[in-house]
Design a protein around this ligand. Structure first.
Ligand SMILES: C[S@@+](CC[C@H](N)C(=O)[O-])C[C@H]1O[C@@H](n2cnc3c(N)ncnc32)[C@H](O)[C@@H]1O
Length: 278
C-alpha cells in the first residue's frame, strides 16, 4: 500500500482518503507516511532545476528561439548562457591587458612554438579574433611580408592598445577591426586562417561569430583554436576559461567546419585545426 502511495505522490491524495488513513493508521504513522511521500517526490526531494530557457533575446533585441539556453544558476565566472552544454565565460576586461603582455607568457604558453605550428605562408591573410593587445597579431604579422592580419576585438580599449603597440614598432600590415558580439566585421572569402587564442570561450554569441568567420574564410581556409585544456584539472585556469577537445570539435562542427588535427605541442593548451570545406 505504501509503495502505491509513494508512486502517486503527496499532491494526489484526496482529503477523504487522507481522513480515512489518519483514522486507520493513527496520526503519528500518518505523519510519517506523509513525510516519506514528500521526500520521495522527485519534484521535492531533489534541488529545483535551475530556471532555464532556450529562448533568449537575440542581438536585435527580439525574443526568438535560439541555440542558447539561459540559466539562473550558473558559475560566477560565466554569463549564465549555455551553448551546446557549455557555459560561456565572462569577457576578460581591458583592465587585464597587462596580463596578456606578461613576460612569463613566453615560457608558460610558448607562443613561438604555437606560431611555428601554424605553418604560415608569406602571402597569408590571417584574422586574429579576440586579439586583445595584439600579442599574437604582432608576432604573426612579421611572418607575412606579402600578407596581412585583421586584429579583431569587441573592446575599443583593446583596439586602441593594439594600435598603439603596432605604431610603436612600425608594423603596417595589421588592420585593427572593432567587431561586434555577433559579427567579426570581416570581408567575405578573404582569410587563409582564422586564429583564436584564449578567446573563443568568451564569445557571447559563438554560433553567430563562427558563422561570420566561416563566411570570411576562403574555401579550404583554416580555423585554429588555442584553448587551455579542459580535460586537465591541474591546469590552474578557471574552469570556464578552459575547453575540452570534445567540446571544441562539437562547436566547430555546428558551423560546418571539419576537424583536421589536434597538435599536442604546447604545455597547457590544445591547438586544434579545422577547415572550411572546399
Ligand atoms: C583573454 S583575451 C585573449 C587576447 C589574445 N588573443 C591573447 O591571447 O593575448 C580575450 C579577448 O577576446 C575578446 N573578445 C571577447 N568576445 C569577443 C568577440 N565576440 N569578438 C571579438 N573579440 C572578443 C576580448 O575583448 C579579449 O580582448
Amino acid at each position: 500500500m505504501l509503495i502505491t502511495f509513494v508512486k502517486i505522490g503527496p499532491c494526489h491524495l484526496k482529503p477523504q482518503l487522507t481522513r480515512l488513513l489518519a483514522g486507520l493508521l493513527g496520526p503519528g504513522l500518518m505523519l510519517m507516511i506523509l513525510l516519506m511521500l514528500i521526500f520521495q517526490s522527485p519534484a521535492l526531494a531533489q534541488p529545483a532545476p535551475a530556471s532555464s530557457s532556450a529562448v533568449a533575446a537575440t542581438a536585435s533585441g527580439s525574443a526568438e528561439a535560439t541555440v542558447y539556453e539561459q540559466r539562473s544558476r550558473h558559475n560566477p565566472d560565466g554569463i549564465g548562457k549555455f551553448y551546446l552544454g557549455r557555459e560561456i565565460a565572462q569577457v576578460m576586461g581591458h583592465q587585464g591587458a597587462a596580463w596578456l603582455e606578461r613576460p612569463s607568457r613566453e615560457t608558460e604558453e610558448q607562443p613561438n612554438a604555437a606560431i611555428a605550428a601554424l605553418e604560415l605562408q608569406p602571402t597569408d591573410v590571417v584574422a586574429d579574433l579576440g586579439a586583445g593587445t595584439g600579442y599574437f597579431s604582432l608576432r604573426i604579422s612579421r611572418l607575412l611580408p606579402a600578407g596581412r592580419v585583421y586584429a579583431v576585438d569587441v573592446q575599443p580599449e583593446m583596439i586602441e592598445l593594439l594600435t598603439f603597440l603596432q605604431q610603436e614598432v612600425g608594423i603596417e600590415n595589421i588592420l585593427p577591426v572593432l567587431g561586434s558580439e555577433t559579427d567579426p566585421h570581416l570581408p567575405p572569402e578573404t582569410l587563409d586562417l582564422a586564429l583564436m587564442v584564449d578567446a573563443y570561450h568568451e564569445f557571447a554569441y559563438p554560433y553567430e561569430m563562427m558563422q561570420g568567420v566561416v563566411q570570411a574564410l576562403k574555401p579550404g581556409g583554416r580555423v585554429v583554436l588555442l584553448e587551455y585544456r579542459g580535460e586537465n584539472p591541474f591546469i590552474l585556469i578557471k574552469g570556464l576559461h578552459k575547453m575540452t577537445q570534445r567540446q571544441v570539435r562539437k562547436e566547430m562542427q555546428a558551423v560546418g567546419l571539419v576537424w583536421r588535427e589536434t597538435k599536442h605541442l604546447l604545455p597547457q593548451q590544445h591547438l586544434l585545426v579545422f577547415q572550411k570545406p572546399e
